[in-house]
Design a protein around this ligand. Structure first.
Ligand SMILES: Cc1cc2nc3c(=O)[nH]c(=O)nc-3n(C[C@H](O)[C@H](O)[C@H](O)COP(=O)(O)OP(=O)(O)OC[C@H]3O[C@@H](n4cnc5c(N)ncnc54)[C@H](O)[C@@H]3O)c2cc1C
Ligand SMILES: NC(=O)c1ccc[n+]([C@@H]2O[C@H](COP(=O)([O-])OP(=O)(O)OC[C@H]3O[C@@H](n4cnc5c(N)ncnc54)[C@H](OP(=O)(O)O)[C@@H]3O)[C@@H](O)[C@H]2O)c1
Length: 280
């Protein structure tokens, strides 16, 4: 277990009744961390004799932002209210929270290939629901450091009002078109997995679970390949996947036949083409 630190909640934006973007400011200042890492948030739980229960949350803010941490959190309600998310949903700006140090390398951005050359492959982020959080950190970090790689951010949700950060990601794509892809190369595409539901009636974009972007259509190109204008290969693309285990398995089902391997299964020479973090 890492160190317990204290912080003040400074921002609480309810996107819908069970989805929130929140910010907190550590009392002891912002530490250094890497895009794609996570931290823990803890609460003393009244029903458990005020024992502190901690849960992991991907950091949505980026390392260059030295003002606050930002998280994207789903209130877990079924079958029973989740302990930490229920405490968080009952919190307000000004409240104190306990947080634990930034850790994890399952989703950090790959900078070098095993032979020491710079990793210049296209970055494709595949996320389901709140699994978008680490990729908001990726996008803002890569933007701030002026990274020239092509970045494709794919986000899948059940309902249109769960497309968190849609405006921000659209702005990043517009900036890419305005400035030129040689300066900032960013594309955002969303998918709705329950397109037939009345609430989603206005949706005219991509339909299906997010991993369907990787599925070849009738033996031809996938929607992702049509988007980037070439075949996706392990030499030109690096995948980062975050969401339910089904999202990771579903993505790898399409990538494995193309020879892609994940970091945990890396080859003897240290090479791999996919990193992932699953909802554990
Ligand atoms: C690396 C990592 C990053 C993560 N990042 C995020 C993130 O960015 N955003 C996010 O929203 N989540 C994230 N999570 C998930 C998060 O860590 C928690 O698992 C989640 O918020 C639920 O915590 P909880 O304490 O509210 O629920 P818990 O109390 O742990 O409950 C978990 C499940 O068990 C059920 N349950 C609870 N009590 C009982 C009981 N007595 N009997 C039967 N069932 C019960 C609940 O209904 C729920 O389905 C991440 C997880 C990992 C591992
Ligand atoms: N890094 C992490 O480990 C991490 C990060 C964020 C969140 N979480 C945890 O994960 C939980 C669920 O996240 P969420 O509420 O954001 O997701 P969600 O809204 O339930 O689902 C997001 C998308 O994933 C699809 N999906 C659901 N189950 C799937 C499966 N088994 N296989 C493939 N796709 C599936 C959904 O499709 P349908 O419409 O078809 O259901 C939807 O398109 C949260 O409660 C949170 O605690 C973990």
């Amino acid at each position: 277990m890492g160190t317990d630190n204290k912080a003040k909640l400074t921002y609480f934006q309810l996107l819908k009744e069970d989805l929130v973007i929140l910010r907190f400011v550590p009392y002891d200042g912002m530490p250094d961390y890497e895009a794609g890492q996570f931290l823990t948030v803890g609460f003393p739980i009244p029903a458990e004799n005020y024992k502190v229960i901690r849960r992991a949350y991907s950091i949505a803010s980026h390392p260059e932002n030295k003002k606050y941490f930002e998280l994207l959190i789903r209130w877990v309600r079924k079958p029973l209210p989740g302990r930490v998310t229920t405490m968080l949903m009952g919190s307000s700006e000004g409240d104190e929270i306990i947080w634990g140090d930034c850790v994890g390398n399952a989703l950090t951005i790959n900078e070098k290939l095993p032979d020491g050359r710079k990793d210049e492959r296209r970055i494709v982020c595949v996320s389901g629901g709140t699994g978008l959080a680490p990729f908001i950190s990726f996008a803002n970090h890569l933007h701030d450091v002026g990274d020239k790689r092509e970045i494709i951010c794919l986000h899948g949700v059940s309902y249109v009002d769960e497309l968190s950060y849609r405006d921000h990601l659209t702005k990043l794509e517009t900036e890419s078109q305005d400035r030129g892809k040689d300066k900032w190369n960013f594309t955002y595409r969303a998918s709705i997995s329950r397109p037939k539901e009345w609430f989603n009636r206005s949706w005219s974009g991509h339909k299906g679970r997010v991993e369907e972007f990787l599925k070849s259509k009738g033996g031809g190109l996938s929607a992702l390949e049509e988007l980037v204008g070439e075949k996706i290969t392990k030499d030109n693309t690096m995948f980062y996947i975050c969401g339910w285990q089904g999202t990771i398995d579903g993505s790898m089902k399409y990538l494995k036949p193309k020879g892609f391997v994940t970091m945990p299964d890396k080859r003897e020479d240290g090479s791999f083409e996919a990193k992932f973090e699953s909802y554990g």
